[in-house]
Design a protein around this ligand. Structure first.
Ligand code: DSN
Length: 414
């Protein structure tokens, strides 16, 4: 990118951007929800489309001068429909939680009952946590993963659904490494007359590539962020059956939001275009392969992986048996240039701010081109760093090695 104007005008911000470019270039990104966008996506975000107001939808705006924006938004919608076999798509949601808020707002009244996965079992804050708007406004009841298998307990889902008769059932998670039984959820929901809502923010790219099962043809409504595995700009979208289209659109605007971020809509369209290409399928396949190698290697090194493995881009590692808690592990790994996020484990005895586990993901390192051999090495570094947390010399050696590998695999957009 050409930053010459920014550099000349605002040295304070420019120097921080330069520092972040250096950090991203030299350090290893294993946060499961992060990725690197392409140059084309970055360029689309940095355009004059940000200057426009376009409340409304293509062909029906509340401001003049929107014929170009109409075309951009329509392209984004059509590409998303093709990617996910969606009947209707709204590409305006600003991010994941606002998208979920719009979904609830479309189908529920405050106080209505909703069934979602517990946060410490892999769910998301916006799936009914008591401190979040979702838990404050709606009456969430929650299902869990099975203690033995670490997989969603579908018997429990059915039992609770029959007892509680929720108006909506939510599936799709933030810290869950297995395929989701979308069809089974739908069958349970149909038995109790519930709306089915899938939040595929984490796995959207893998689903778009055909590497994981797609709930869009089955569920009433599906939300996703457009960053993460889908490798687009920060933002979100909602997909639904045609019969719910009006409800969803009304809920996003004027229900929840004002003007859409048109430069981001353009970048979403570019990212969807990339995801439709055959290379993206190869990328998604490698993301999963890399994660499975990382999981196997960490398991061989004595770490307990929740559900004993992964079908997607992430693993949750229980550090209880290794004498660590998540926050400390996160901090030690940051000292060697490896970013991961602390994570709760199912039935976590520790609080969310300092939970028992870490969540590790492969979307970003795979975008850099790393493969199986690099995953084996990363597992060794994680283990060595944790075991030598107080040995500054050893940590420094690992940091230098991590940096050397990162420099061998440049980020495509930098
Ligand atoms: N913050 C995202 C994640 O890390 O999963 C979800 O909101």
């Amino acid at each position: 990118m050409d930053y010459s104007n920014l550099k000349a005008q605002d040295k304070e911000i420019f120097s921080n951007i330069e520092k972040e470019v250096k950090r991203q270039t030299e350090e290893m990104e294993l946060i499961a929800s992060e990725n690197y966008v392409s140059k084309a996506v970055l360029e689309a975000m940095a355009t004059v489309l940000t200057n426009k107001y376009s409340e409304g939808y293509p062909g029906k705006r509340y401001y003049g001068g929107n014929h170009v924006i109409d075309d951009v938004e329509t392209i984004a919608i059509e590409r998303a429909k093709k990617l996910f076999q969606a009947e209707h798509v709204n590409v305006q949601p600003l991010s994941g939680s606002p998208a979920n808020a719009a979904v609830y707002f479309a189908f529920l009244k405050p106080g209505d009952k909703v069934l979602g996965l517990k946060l410490d079992h892999g769910g998301h804050l916006s799936h009914g946590h008591p401190v979040n708007f979702s838990g404050l406004l709606y009456n969430f009841v929650q299902y869990e993963v099975n203690n033995e298998t670490g997989r969603v307990d579908m018997e429990m889902v059915e039992r609770i659904a029959k007892k509680e008769k929720p108006k909506m059932i939510v599936a799709g998670y933030s810290a869950y490494s297995r395929e989701i039984e979308w069809q089974r959820f739908k069958e349970i929901a149909d038995k109790v007359g519930a709306i089915t809502f899938a939040d595929i923010a984490h796995t959207a790219g893998l689903i778009a590539a055909g590497e994981m099962d797609n709930p869009t043809p089955i569920f009433d409504v599906v939300s996703t962020t457009t960053h993460k595995t889908l490798r687009g700009p920060r933002g979100a979208m909602i997909m639904c059956k045609e019969e719910h289209a009006k409800k969803i659109d009304k809920s996003v605007f004027p229900g929840m939001q004002g003007g859409p971020h048109d430069h981001i809509t353009a970048a979403k369209a570019v990212a969807f275009g990339e995801a439709l290409r055959p290379e993206f399928k190869i990328y998604a396949k490698q993301v999963i392969k890399n994660c499975q190698i990382l999981s196997d290697e960490l398991s061989n090194l004595g770490y307990r992986i929740i559900s004993n493995g992964t079908d997607n881009h992430l693993i949750v590692v229980d550090l209880n048996g290794n004498g660590f808690v998540g926050k400390d592990a996160e901090q030690v790994l940051e000292r060697v240039g490896i970013s991961i996020s602390r994570s709760t484990i199912p039935n976590d005895p520790n609080p969310p701010y300092n939970p028992s586990g870490i969540r590790v993901g492969t979307p970003a390192v795979t975008t850099r081109g790393m493969k199986e051999a690099e995953m084996e090495q990363i597992a060794i570094w994680i283990d060595n760093a944790l075991k030598n947390k107080d040995d500054q010399n050893k940590l420094k050696i690992i940091k230098d090695e991590v940096k050397a590998m990162c420099l061998d695999f440049p980020i495509p957009s930098i």
